[in-house]
Design a protein around this ligand. Structure first.
Ligand code: ZN
Length: 398
């Protein structure tokens, strides 16, 4: 399918160094973005679907790099179905598993954790709840996993490994396993802060520095933050990506931006939610953390959006996260909400408001156009101006 999005008011690129694209049109074809900015009249006329954005703002689909998926669009932790589709209505187009620890009776032996990771990866490889892409299958590091196990997992398509919930004596026992997982090409992640489930211990700055995973999960606390003094060490003494989560400690999220800005380490700042957890299901969680940072710190709103899109894509080696030619066609159209005091999406987010989601496109397919079921209505009118394929744009699964 070929889609043209015309009459955009602003295009946010997802790249904090070059955050805005000039022009008012995006063309997508197949599963990719073909052009961003300007397009010929012929390119628009040849599109199967033309969306008139009515002056709305385009951003890359949000990438939530901390979602506790299990199997299907179901969370046993909060006993809820359909939550991933709900997140899509909050602008999240990609969810990355933070490991399948919520699977009831989850295995803890070597064969079991490997099988769980492979099964999760397979079950989401082609399954798109509401249109959302889910990168699932994160092997939970347990004692006994060897270098050959990580090589086998990588060959089978598993991309992620997670330290933090294994039956280790101390968190330092993860050091050789993280090294082996990295050597096999896996992206390694580590729980940070106080324990979140019974039986697991706190993980603090020194543990992180010894392990040096790719990503410090919820460095602001999940939900309990590590000591303040450890933040500066992790920033200065490592290259670990610094993920902040909505379901964590807000004070340290806001403070981390000051540390990261002063250290000129913006690439390492990632936004995620860490849901569904004890904090619940948060379809607008990504947007809340963006607006918290953009309204309560001096982080530019376009940088906060990049932290929730392009920065995550680079660390997790994904082809989405940017509105640039050749990238995955995952596009979210935003506007200020009806009844708010601001008249466009970026001003609303700077003001501490969430933005209204007017449309979500993933893999170049419009999943809904008009109104999100989870945000207030947008100020501007968005419409499908042309449609030459048999589909509707209600976002209702048929
Ligand atoms: Zn988590």
């Amino acid at each position: 399918m070929k889609v043209a999005i015309v009459n955009l008011g602003r295009i946010v690129s997802g790249d904090w160094r070059d955050p805005f694209a000039a022009g008012d049109t995006i063309i997508t074809e197949g599963e990719l973005i073909v052009s961003v900015g300007t397009a010929s009249a012929a390119a628009v006329e040849n599109a199967d679907v033309v969306i008139d954005a009515g002056g709305m703002t385009a951003i890359p689909g949000l990438i939530d790099s901390h979602v506790h998926v299990t199997f299907g669009d179901y969370t046993p932790r909060q006993r809820t179905v359909g939550y991933l589709e709900s997140y899509l209505h909050g602008g999240t187009t990609t969810a990355i598993s933070a490991s399948e620890v919520h699977v009831p009776g989850r295995p803890r032996d070597v064969e079991g954790v490997k099988a769980l990771a492979v099964a999760a990866q397979r079950c989401f490889a082609d399954y798109r709840p509401g249109g959302m892409k889910v990168i699932a299958g994160s092997v939970i590091l347990e004692p006994g996993l060897q270098a050959a196990d990580f090589t086998e997992l990588a060959q089978k398509g598993v991309r992620l490994a997670k330290a933090g919930f294994g039956a280790v004596k101390t968190a330092y026992d993860y050091v050789p396993m993280v090294a082996d997982a990295k050597a096999a090409g896996l992206i390694t992640t580590c729980h940070t802060g106080g324990s979140s489930i019974p039986g697991s211990g706190a993980i603090t700055g020194d543990h992180l520095l010894k392990m040096h995973p790719h990503v410090s999960f919820h460095i602001n606390g999940g939900p309990t933050a590590m000591p303040d003094k450890d933040f500066e060490r992790v920033i200065k003494e490592s290259q670990i990506a610094l993920q902040v989560c909505t379901a964590g400690n807000l004070r340290t999220t806001l403070w981390l931006w000051k540390l990261v800005k002063d250290a000129k380490q913006t690439d390492r700042f990632l936004i995620a939610t860490d849901t569904p957890t004890g904090s619940g299901i948060m379809p607008l969680g990504m947007m809340y953390t963006i607006t918290h940072l953009a309204s309560l710190t001096d982080m530019p709103v376009e940088t906060a959006i990049a932290a929730a899109t392009g920065n995550n894509a680079v660390v997790y080696r994904l082809n989405c996260g940017f509105l640039k030619p050749g990238k995955d066609a995952d596009v979210v159209l935003l506007d200020a909400c009806v009844g708010g005091s601001k008249n466009n999406a970026l001003d609303a987010l700077r003001n501490g408001d969430i933005a209204a989601v007017g449309a979500v496109i993933t893999d170049a397919i419009p999943r809904f156009v008009g109104r999100s079921r989870n945000t207030p209505a947008p100020n501007r009118k968005i419409r499908v101006a042309e449609c030459r394929v048999p589909m509707d744009f209600s976002g209702v699964a048929h």
